[in-house]
Ligand binder design. Structure first.
Ligand SMILES: [Zn+2]
Ligand SMILES: [Zn+2]
Length: 262
């Protein structure tokens, strides 16, 4: 079985508290040998870090989700850079813009995003970008910031328009697909995926949210990333194995702090 990676999950969420060991065990059995548990609040980083320290196959990020941007506008790039020195921190984020929910004022979301970009540029750790209903502003900010200096990044849980995907590619970004890709109504998303180069694609669960089609509406978990990989393979017209090989290689290239598996 070709190894898979869940590049984005939230193992600290209470949904998993009772059975984290079993969930990680099930991921391993499904061939998911690496997972990145993503930070949504710097104030909760301690818990995230402890999970990553507990399991060899789990890495983590540090950052503030756009929903929480209003509470963490005071976090500086220096603080993020300092926390990212931990050996298990392999990414910055998730940070970005969410204009669908608008849980935080847009100015706060943009300010926090730019702080995270500074940290990603300085550490050269990939920035995990959350972007929802904010294509125009996201393209503008990414272009402005890339001109200041390059930073590695990925558009996580991609569900935006084609223009943002293409702009992202042009700027050197990777694109990660979640279970949304497998939903019946996601025809347009699968069409966008089919046009993207195979060496820029990643898969993720965003668990506990967004379980792929057979489990839709249920709690998601890292083992299910295999299904998203399968649907992505179908969209691109390649085998599941080829897709797994590509998404894993892409992950290891982008998340360069993760040691190459033996
Ligand atoms: Zn997100
Ligand atoms: Zn997330």
């Amino acid at each position: 079985m070709t190894m898979l990676v869940d590049s984005h999950c939230h193992l600290d969420f209470p949904d998993f508290a009772e059975e984290r060991d079993q969930i990680i065990e099930r991921a391993h059995e499904a061939g998911v040998k690496l997972m990145v548990t993503i930070c949504t609040r710097v104030r909760r980083f301690q818990q995230i870090k402890e999970i990553a320290e507990t399991y060899d196959s789990v890495y983590c990020s540090v950052g503030t989700h756009p929903h929480q941007a209003g509470e963490e506008t005071d976090v500086t790039a220096e603080e993020l850079i300092e926390l990212a020195k931990h050996p298990k921190v392999v990414a910055i984020g998730e940070a970005g813009l969410d204009y669908f929910y608008d849980h935080a004022p847009r100015e706060a979301q943009e300010k926090v995003l730019r702080t995270h970009i500074n940290a990603a540029r300085e550490t050269q750790l990939p920035l995990v970008i959350h972007s929802r209903d904010a294509d125009e502003d996201m393209m503008r900010i990414l272009e402005e910031e890339m001109k200041i200096g390059r930073f590695p990044a990925l558009l996580h849980c991609f569900s935006s328009g084609k223009e943002l995907a293409m702009k992202g590619l042009e700027l050197g970004l990777y694109v990660s697909f979640s279970g949304i890709l497998t939903f019946k109504r996601s025809t347009e998303l699968r069409e966008i995926a089919a046009e993207l180069p195979m060496d820029r694609l990643l898969v993720e669960t965003d668990a506990p949210y967004l379980a792929p089609q057979p489990w839709r509406g249920k709690r998601n978990e890292p083992a299910y990333v295999a299904h998203t990989n399968k649907v992505l393979a179908e969209a691109l017209g390649v085998s599941e194995k080829e897709m797994a090989t590509a998404t894993t290689a892409n992950f290891l290239r982008l998340f360069s702090k993760v040691p190459q598996p033996a």
